[in-house]
Design a protein around this ligand. Structure first.
Ligand SMILES: *Cc1c(COP(=O)(O)O)cnc(C)c1O
Length: 382
């Protein structure tokens, strides 16, 4: 007998619930843009950049067309190019390494820490050595604040200083998260983030931004996003790209930023409940002292081999899951020829076989969460 009648499917991320909460605010903001017709770098872009800077404490915010472009703008402004090595984790979304190759540099992979999923700072000297052995000049480090949790930025700053590396933080999943009450955006030389709809702060299309305290870097990125423009439109001082945040997306983001602190709290409550209810059946994510996460993903670790059965059992009950990431970058066809740090990337390989992410968003109510928790517990205890 089936004691669980067919319940409606649960969304992995519920953008519709957020849209209902925002009410007319977004529609009105978009309508204002439709009426003034300044679709590229209109007043809403400048306003949102100022709001974002106030929110995270960075001196400059330069918005652009995507998180990937934000990383490209950062690397280009930092002067990274052919012959340079850019050290980044293997356990991340492909864009982290992709951007190094896009600017003509070479990604060099370093391992991550199993407890935080973030870059293992101890692996950096081995990655520098591997880069040099490959005839490259180690120039930059792209740590990732994976799944919304800040990397160990104090340790990263020390390691980067010791090795003479620039830091471009990939906070695509973690804008709003903090370290010792300081939000991401102020660590390293520059910080990139993404407003892809599924990120904690998402727009209604593609978008991204780079944050920095460095005036010269900000100027270079503002020029790069408009074809390397100099003093005016027809003065071209560098090879750039066409990468702006649409005015309409800036208008949407200004409205979403207003409710973002409450959403971060709501996400944290969901994560705490998951953690309390599931710690005895899986390895639940932990947040080191002094850090906050914005929970871009809520990711469990299971003994390798148990994951597919859990995903199938949950799917049968209308509960979606996702695997971030099933293949570490050093094993991907596009990236497997790039160097790996001398310490190896064994943890990245192990995590790729163990991780599974549960539905996570700010509007996941307690009854829905209980349904997920109950299903996960039954599947893992069976
Ligand atoms: C999403 C993401 C990006 C790229 O952002 P887009 O806006 O999709 O280009 C880069 N790095 C990480 C870690 C991401 O999760």
């Amino acid at each position: 007998m089936n004691l669980r009648p067919n319940l409606p499917p649960i969304p992995f991320i519920d953008l519709a619930a957020q849209r209902r909460r925002l009410g007319h605010a977004v529609d009105d903001a978009v309508t204002r843009v439709l009426n003034h017709c300044q679709f590229i770098l209109g007043p809403e872009v400048r306003a949102f950049e100022a709001e974002m800077a106030a929110f995270c404490g960075a001196k400059h915010v330069v918005t652009c067309a995507s998180g990937t472009d934000a990383l490209v703008l950062g690397l280009r402004a930092l002067g990274i190019g052919p012959g340079d090595a850019v050290i980044c984790p293997s356990f991340t979304f492909c864009a982290t390494a992709e951007v190094a190759a896009l600017v003509g540099a070479t990604p060099v992979f370093v391992d991550v820490d199993a407890a935080t999923f973030n870059i293992d700072v101890k692996g950096i000297p081995g990655a520098v050595a591997a880069a040099k052995a490959a005839g490259l000049t180690p120039k930059a480090l792209i740590p990732v604040d994976l799944f919304g949790l800040p990397a160990d930025h104090a340790a990263l700053a020390a390691a980067a200083k010791a090795e003479g590396l620039l830091i471009l933080d990939d906070a695509a999943q973690a804008f709003g998260a903090s370290t010792d009450n300081r939000r991401l955006g102020i660590f390293g030389h520059a910080t990139a983030t993404s407003f892809f709809p599924a990120k904690p702060l998402g727009c209604y299309g593609d978008g991204g931004a780079v944050m920095t305290d460095d005036d010269a870097l900000a100027d270079a990125m503002r020029s790069l996003r408009v074809h390397g423009q100099g003093s005016d439109k027809y003065d071209n001082v560098r090879i750039g790209l066409a990468s702006r945040l649409d005015t309409m997306q800036a208008a949407v983001l200004s409205e979403k930023l207003k409710i973002f602190p409450e959403e971060i709290d709501a996400r944290d409550k969901v994560a705490r409940r998951y953690g309390e209810a599931l710690a005895d059946v899986a390895i639940v994510p932990s947040v080191p002292a002094g850090l906050t996460s914005v929970w871009a993903q809520y990711t469990l670790r299971l003994a390798a081999g148990k994951r597919d059965a859990l995903a199938a059992a949950l799917k049968a009950e209308g509960i979606p899951t996702a695997i971030y990431y099933p293949i570490p970058l050093h094993k991907q066809q596009a990236y497997k020829s790039y160097p790996v740090g001398q310490g190896g990337v064994a943890v990245s390989e192990r995590l790729a076989a163990e991780v599974i992410s549960l539905p996570m968003h700010a509007y996941l109510d307690a009854p829905t969460q209980d349904r997920i928790i109950d299903a996960v517990r039954r599947a893992l205890k069976a």
